[in-house]
Design a protein around this ligand. Structure first.
Ligand SMILES: [Zn+2]
Ligand SMILES: [Zn+2]
Length: 138
């Protein structure tokens, strides 16, 4: 696992420091679309020398190198996710939870013939099932 992370960082042109490795590992192990704040709070226990600035800088670097993307943000928090083509996002407008759903790019888009698509994001917004259930139970 560690060697794969180091290789992946190096392939993206990132020098694999301990902090960067930890943060990348966090993304691989937690599919919860964390904010910078929650990554900091989680990893601080394990890496006491970690600073908030390092987390923000590392996320900025990962963004720049295309390893992570911002999937949802409100006025206070950006939420991050690994860049993977294999899933779309459903954002609940009530609880702000971000759900993954399997999604495979298969179709060609009309109007984009002979264009080269390099990335694709699917974001659907609405109310999630558990919020709907809560509303119906009132
Ligand atoms: Zn919800
Ligand atoms: Zn996701």
């Amino acid at each position: 696992m560690l060697q794969e992370i180091v290789a992946q960082l190096e392939n993206s042109g990132i020098k694999p420091s301990v902090q960067r490795i930890k943060i990348f590992e966090y993304f691989l192990q937690n599919k919860n679309h964390p904010s910078a704040e929650s990554i900091y709070l989680e990893l601080k226990r394990e890496v006491p020398t970690l600073s908030k600035a390092t987390v923000y800088n590392t996320l900025g670097l990962f963004l720049e190198k295309g390893l992570v993307q911002i999937v949802a943000s409100d006025q206070y928090h950006a939420r991050y996710d690994l860049v993977e083509m294999k899933h779309g996002h459903f954002i609940c407008l009530s609880c702000k939870e971000v759900y993954d759903f399997p999604y495979q790019y298969t179709e060609k888009y009309s109007g984009l013939d002979e264009f080269e698509i390099q990335s694709e994001e699917i974001t659907i917004k609405g109310i999630c099932k558990s919020c709907l259930d809560n509303m119906n139970n009132i």
